[in-house]
Design a binder for this molecule. Structure first.
Ligand code: NAD
Length: 339
């Protein structure tokens, strides 16, 4: 019997998680819920997804708009084993999920303290086996963990400084900014470093962030001091073994996030998503064997999607082995084909 998965919040992340779950043979989407009967709600219906309204008030709006919802969030939870919460941060549904007796996954907008368990498939799949509540950290945090975890496992990481150049808004969002400015995040470290430590508690990492007027991707400039000496070929070889890290090359014309996303479009995937973290192969430099510098780009709308699928598998005990879960997820989403 496939695990029954509900998705609360059908926006940027929720839509993608729903599509990814629908591609798995060991889980199925039993419902998606929304606050507003907007175009996304209509499209969910057109795709044949069971649609719910977030509460009684929203249900009335759906009825008035002629968008057929099957009931409220509480009704949806009755159909589910696990809910993936993709609502904006601090929407406050934990009590409702507890009452309904469903497992729950939250996204990176929430604090680690909500679940005390933050997930990355490569780093701590086994810790989340059978867990009731798990958080998948943010897109930036997931991106940092993807490249830093393998480095730490193979060479040991003494110290990391990561400078994050963050996109201002998602492409479908016309409310946020800045549209013509660069905005430093004055908090130090930015929240990303402590967030990485919610999964890799021993990693000595400091992060700095600025926001720029782009919607495509985040870009990270990362400086790592390694404990054990390594050369460039060894570093590249470690990342090569991780399908969720992809190499791109400035020499082959990928000069910026614009071409990374062009490459993603050329992959002809669902929504042109790039689930992998793109590392510039010709931007990786090792100095004196111990100092590693690299650039990576993060597709903020989609890198957390495979992690959500693996988190479901771990929590529902559908697969004990994290590597096998990752392989299954990667196959279903076409991850790793452009390596
Ligand atoms: P979004 O605004 O695109 O989508 C949120 C959805 O939830 C919308 O459909 C909205 O109608 C619905 N919603 C709003 N308030 C609600 C409520 N009270 N109850 C139920 N539904 C409600 O947001 P998003 O970008 O998908 O972000 C969702 C979560 O994912 C956040 O925690 C965010 O931090 C995290 N996240 C976002 C990104 C990103 O780049 N967009 C990346 C990684 C993680």
């Amino acid at each position: 019997m496939p695990a029954k998965i509900a998705i609360n919040g059908y926006g940027t992340i929720g839509k993608r998680v729903a599509d990814a779950v629908a591609r798995q043979d060991d889980m199925k989407v039993v419902g998606v819920s929304k606050t507003k009967p907007n175009f996304e709600a209509r499209l969910a219906l057109a795709k044949g997804l069971p649609l719910y309204a977030s509460d009684a008030e929203a249900l009335e709006k759906f009825q008035k708009a002629g968008v057929k919802a099957l009931g409220s969030l509480e009704d949806m939870l009755k159909e589910a084993d696990l809910v993936v919460d993709c609502t904006p941060e601090e929407s406050g549904y934990k009590g409702l999920y507890e009452k309904a007796g469903v497992r729950a996954i939250w996204q990176g907008g929430e604090e680690h303290s909500l679940t005390n368990l933050s997930f990355n498939a490569a780093a701590n799949y086994a810790d989340c086996l059978g867990a009731s509540y798990v958080r998948v950290p943010s897109c930036n945090t997931t991106g940092l963990i993807r490249t830093l975890y393998p480095l730490d496992a193979h060479f040991g990481v003494e110290k990391v400084l990561a400078v994050m150049v963050r996109r201002a808004a998602d492409p479908g969002d016309s409310k946020k900014g800045p549209i013509n400015a660069i905005e430093p995040e004055l908090e130090m470290p930015s929240h990303h470093g402590p967030d990485v430590q919610s999964v890799l508690p021993k990693l000595n990492i400091h992060t700095v962030a600025v926001k720029v007027s782009s919607t495509l991707m985040h870009l990270h400039a990362v400086s790592v001091d390694l404990r054990r000496s390594a050369d460039l070929a060894q570093v590249l070889d470690v990342w090569k073994r991780f399908p969720r890290v992809m190499f791109v090359s400035g020499g082959e014309g990928v000069k910026s996030t614009a071409q990374v996303m062009e490459l993603a479009r050329d992959l002809s995937r669902n929504r042109s998503d790039l689930y992998e973290i793109a590392v510039w192969r010709d931007g990786v430099h090792v100095v004196d064997g111990r100092h590693l510098y690299y650039f990576q780009a993060v597709h903020q709308e989609s890198d957390v999607v495979p992690e959500n699928v693996d988190a479901i598998r771990a929590m529902m005990d559908l697969e004990k082995d994290g590597h096998r879960s990752m392989e299954k997820t990667d196959r279903s989403l076409g991850i790793g084909i452009a390596r």
